[in-house]
Design a protein around this ligand. Structure first.
Ligand SMILES: [Zn+2]
Length: 116
């Protein structure tokens, strides 16, 4: 279906699903700084942070992220298809984590800080 027919027939590209039912407007992104190893959970507001790509009919996210340990700036990008699924994601100066990996990394990072 052409983009314009989709647009006028109300076929707007879907947003990614909220990560948590308790926060229906949020999609959580988990990253780790590749300089100091600080893991970060970033709340992405589905209403404000996600843009529409009129060429592909999908959505995309561009996010600047800075951790509070080494203050390195990371740039994350994610592309979503018309159903709100992540089809591509890239990050500079860091790496993506799953929620589980983030929780483990956050616990280890905190334990290391406590030992210092
Ligand atoms: Zn860092």
């Amino acid at each position: 279906m052409s983009f314009f027919r989709k647009l006028f027939s109300g076929g707007n590209p879907l947003l990614p699903k909220a990560s948590d039912a308790s926060d229906p407007n949020a999609w959580w992104l988990y990253v780790q700084c590749n300089k100091c190893g600080a893991p970060l959970a970033i709340r992405i507001d589905l209403r404000n942070d996600i843009s529409t790509d009129y060429e592909t009919g999908g959505r995309f996210l561009r996010k600047e992220i800075m951790d509070s340990t080494c203050f390195q700036l990371m740039y994350a990008e994610a592309r979503f298809d018309g159903n709100g699924n992540v089809v591509e994601q890239t990050i500079e100066r860091g790496k993506f984590l799953t929620r589980q990996d983030y929780e483990a990394a956050a616990a280890a990072f905190q334990a290391k800080k406590n030992r210092e």
